[in-house]
Write a protein that binds this ligand. Structure first.
Ligand SMILES: C[S@@+](CC[C@H](N)C(=O)[O-])C[C@H]1O[C@@H](n2cnc3c(N)ncnc32)[C@H](O)[C@@H]1O
Length: 489
């Protein structure tokens, strides 16, 4: 049995357990695919490379990708000692020798002996640091990113974030004046803003989007709000600002990191697409897309162009869902629910049920007769954008990758045993993150330790055994096979 197909939090419907879009986009395998979709060659999966993540937090995504790429080198940088200590402890527990965590500021990177990098990524960083720190990052990228290398930057985007700017300013005014701990000061700032809003009229009446955003953020926990809105720095950028910032470094924008975002047919009506296509300049096209979608957040991939980008890899794809669930592939966008064309999607999923195939192999598969190789290219990447199929890691290095990921997942299960730390595990098949609930991680840990999964999990979660027994049966019949296909457990 596979997972019942399930709608995911950001709208994807697949049998791969939910993966946050940003975790997927930080996966070098997905980044290579997003570039390949634009005809730009990138890293060949399974080969050595160096990937540096700036502002890596607790290092979870750096660790996932280090575990699934034992042939490659990973570096995580963060200024907070607690973040780095947690990341290092996990690397040690998992026996990952290909990852280094540097406790240091972006300013300190200039004086460090760092290797040339194939990938430099920063998620949730660029908009939340000072202009001075952005300059330090650019200096580091200039010095360390190889020709052909890829830069991933995510940021609060304009125009979608426009209404949030004065709202955050107001909340900061309350926060700065408030007394007590950070959560208390956040509480005071929210209450003050809410009070002002409840008077009616003025800014919130004129800017319903800001009012809506404020009502939504009020429900979030203080630790989320602390880093999302109450940082000393908070800025939104137009895409063109990013392009201008990295242009002097010889970096060119190629694609949004989430492949789904870069397929216009999924987001815009024909008249809008005609305007986008008529724009003389790619920066203007991208700007039009941001206005049409009123995009609040972007993750962009830039490439330091060179001859190294000539060769587009031959990606093998894996079916993330059963063919009979084809009608469930749907994502809600500004156009409403969008789906891939049904007949070719069904043909491709059918062909991929047995084993992963390349685009050439798909085009020759009997289930796909009638689809030309050229169309197959567009259709396969389109289905991958929906996460209905996923690019897979190569057969080369599989044993080492599987073992390294197994050790890492086991370290996560053990860390989650005492208390929930993360519901992310790593897949040696996709090379990236997969969501696994704490409960399912307890089943895996019990199985790995050869103890009764029901008794063990009931104790860990403080739940009655009878309840866990029923749920364990559902885990075995509904989810286990899908996890196993992803190389987890
Ligand atoms: C919002 S968090 C994002 C963490 C992680 N990338 C994620 O998406 O979950 C920003 C991270 O950048 C780090 N950071 C902020 N300023 C920094 C600086 N000047 N030097 C190094 N790290 C910094 C913070 O400690 C924090 O872990």
């Amino acid at each position: 049995m596979n997972f019942p197909a399930q709608p995911q939090a950001d709208g994807y419907v697949t049998e791969i357990p939910y993966v946050a879009a940003y975790q997927r986009a930080l996966n070098p395998s997905l980044q290579a695919m997003a570039l390949n979709m634009r005809g730009v060659g990138a890293w060949q999966r399974g080969t050595p490379m160096t990937y540096m993540e700036l502002g890596c937090g607790f290092g979870l995504s750096t660790l996932v990708h280090a575990a699934t790429n034992p042939q490659a080198t990973f570096i995580g940088v963060d200024v907070l000692p607690e973040h780095v200590a947690t990341a290092r402890a996990l690397a040690q527990a998992a026996g990952l020798s290909n990852v280094t965590f540097i406790e240091g500021s972006f300013a300190s990177l200039a004086g460090m002996d760092l290797p040339p990098c194939d990938f430099i990524a920063m998620h949730g960083v660029w908009s939340w640091i000072s202009a001075e720190n952005r300059a330090h990052i650019l200096q580091c990228v200039d010095a360390r990113l190889k020709p052909g290398g890829v830069l991933y930057v995510s940021y609060n985007a304009l125009p979608g974030s426009a209404a949030a700017i004065p709202m955050r300013q107001l909340m900061m005014a309350g926060f700065t004046r408030a007394q007590g701990s950070i959560p208390q000061r956040i509480g005071t700032a929210i209450a003050m803003t809410d009070e002002l809003k409840s008077v009616g009229g003025g800014f919130f009446a004129d800017n319903p989007l800001a009012a809506h955003r404020f009502d939504e953020l009020k429900t979030r926990p203080p630790n989320y709000l602390a880093h999302e809105y109450f940082n000393a720095d908070w800025q939104a950028f137009y895409h063109k600002d990013l392009v201008a910032s990295v242009k002097g470094l010889g970096l060119e924008f190629i694609s949004q990191a989430d492949p789904f975002m870069s397929i216009d047919e999924f987001h815009f009506k024909p008249a809008a697409r005609a305007q986008i296509n008529a724009a003389a300049d790619p920066v203007i096209s991208e700007t039009l897309r941001d206005y049409l979608a009123d995009r609040e957040f972007r993750a962009d991939l830039f490439v330091r162009r060179s001859d190294a980008n000539q060769r587009v890899g031959d990606t093998r794809f894996f079916a993330a869902m059963r063919a009979e669930h084809v009608d469930l592939i749907k994502v809600r966008t500004t156009l409403g629910d969008v789906s891939p064309p049904r007949a070719p999607a069904l043909a491709i999923l059918t062909a991929l049920q047995e084993r992963p195939l390349t685009i050439d192999e798909l085009a020759q598969h009997p289930a796909c007769s009638g689809i030309s190789k050229k169309s197959m290219n567009v259709l396969a990447f389109g289905l991958a954008a929906f996460a209905a199929i996923e690019p897979v890691m190569p057969a080369t290095g599989e044993a080492e990758r599987t073992e390294s990921t197994r050790r890492f997942n086991r370290a996560l299960w053990e860390k989650n045993h005492a208390a929930l730390w993360t519901e992310t595990n790593a897949s040696p098949v996709t090379g990236g993150s997969i969501e696994v609930s704490r409960e399912d991680q307890m089943y895996f840990l019990a199985r790995a330790e050869n103890v009764d999964p029901v008794g063990f999990t009931a104790k860990a979660l403080g739940a009655p055994e009878t309840e866990i027994r029923t749920r364990y049966r559902a885990f075995q019949s509904e989810r286990l096979a899908a996890y196993q296909r992803l190389g987890i457990g």
